[in-house]
Design a protein around this ligand. Structure first.
Ligand code: LIP
Length: 287
């Protein structure tokens, strides 16, 4: 499941992992301007997505695979986000879950609706997720939860915020009693998922499977969950949320090791006290 990954525990780690285009000189103001543009378009995207739920019976839904769907809203929202950001930043590149794209020095990584199955069923646990990767390292992450009207935002080195208030991961130190969101997709084995869940339950962890990696990571960043883990996810599912967790003082695996920006990787994020034990328990740090 992707290349082995190192542990990054909310340290301002140095050079970019994986694929790197050298260190383009983007000054903090340029990052801040891109973060603000992402925050604005994430809100607009959330409203556009919600407009498709006005009469859910007419929502066009297609199957991408077992328990994996895409709706007309996903495609429309992704097109809107890319068109809006491209008009402001024509020199940047874009990768979207629905439309693919190209990796460049400054690359936006977009999941227009993360938690699409929930969205299609009218369940209020989905979000818009937008990340900016510069020279192989996530520098900006924005997640908008329209159902709760929560705008999560992080810029590397500047902390993580929810509705403009600084957030931090929980202080949970004991595995027994922790609450961890675990994701599954048909891209990985049922037995493996069962083993992960059994290991957590046997350790006293309260396990949930809420169906949106991005929103699960945002809830780790704001302290309402203690961890998120999934055997395989794509960059658009996780990069914004993993930066939120890092900037909120949590620990994440170095998702972008190797060419994971295009192939995906395993994902684990947790409070500093729980990270190592959860990663070992879930065999997320392959030797
Ligand atoms: C989803 C993830 C979820 C995973 C699903 C799916 P999507 O993303 O957020 O954690 O388990 O298989 O990948 O497809 O709703 O954008």
């Amino acid at each position: 499941m992707g290349p082995k990954s190192a542990v990054v525990c909310s340290i301002r780690h140095g050079g970019p992992p994986g694929q790197s285009f050298g260190r383009p000189k983007l000054d903090p103001d340029e990052f801040a301007a891109r973060r603000q543009a992402a925050e604005t378009v994430a809100r607009d995207a959330g409203q556009l997505a919600q407009s498709y739920l006005a009469d859910r019976r007419t929502l066009k839904v297609a199957r991408k695979g077992p328990q994996d769907v895409v709706t007309e809203a996903d495609s429309a929202v992704e097109r809107m986000i890319i068109a809006t950001l491209r008009s402001g930043y024509p020199g940047d590149t874009f990768i979207g879950e629905e439309g693919g794209g190209a990796v460049g020095e400054r690359c936006w990584v977009i999941d227009p609706i993360d938690g699409t199955t929930n969205f299609a069923r009218g369940l209020p646990h989905w979000c818009v997720s937008i990340a900016l990767v510069v020279a192989g390292r996530t520098e900006v992450g924005v997640i908008f939860d329209p159902n709760a009207d929560l705008l999560y935002s992080a810029q590397r080195g500047s902390g993580a915020r929810c509705n403009n208030t600084l957030i931090q991961v929980s202080g949970t130190t004991e595995v027994a009693g922790a609450m961890v969101d675990v994701g599954y997709s048909s891209r990985t084995g049922i037995d493996d998922f069962g083993t992960m869940v059994t290991a957590l339950l046997q350790s006293g962890v309260n396990v949930t499977q809420a169906g949106s990696a991005a929103l699960g990571l945002a809830r780790v960043a704001d302290g309402r969950l203690d961890g998120y883990a999934e055997r395989h996810l794509y960059a658009w599912d996780v990069l914004a949320g993993m930066l939120l967790v890092e900037e909120a003082g949590g620990c994440v695996n170095e998702f972008l090791a190797g060419n994971s920006l295009t192939t995906g990787n395993e994902t684990i994020a947790a409070t500093p006290a729980l990270y190592a034990v959860l990663a070992a328990m879930l065999m997320m740090r392959r030797a």
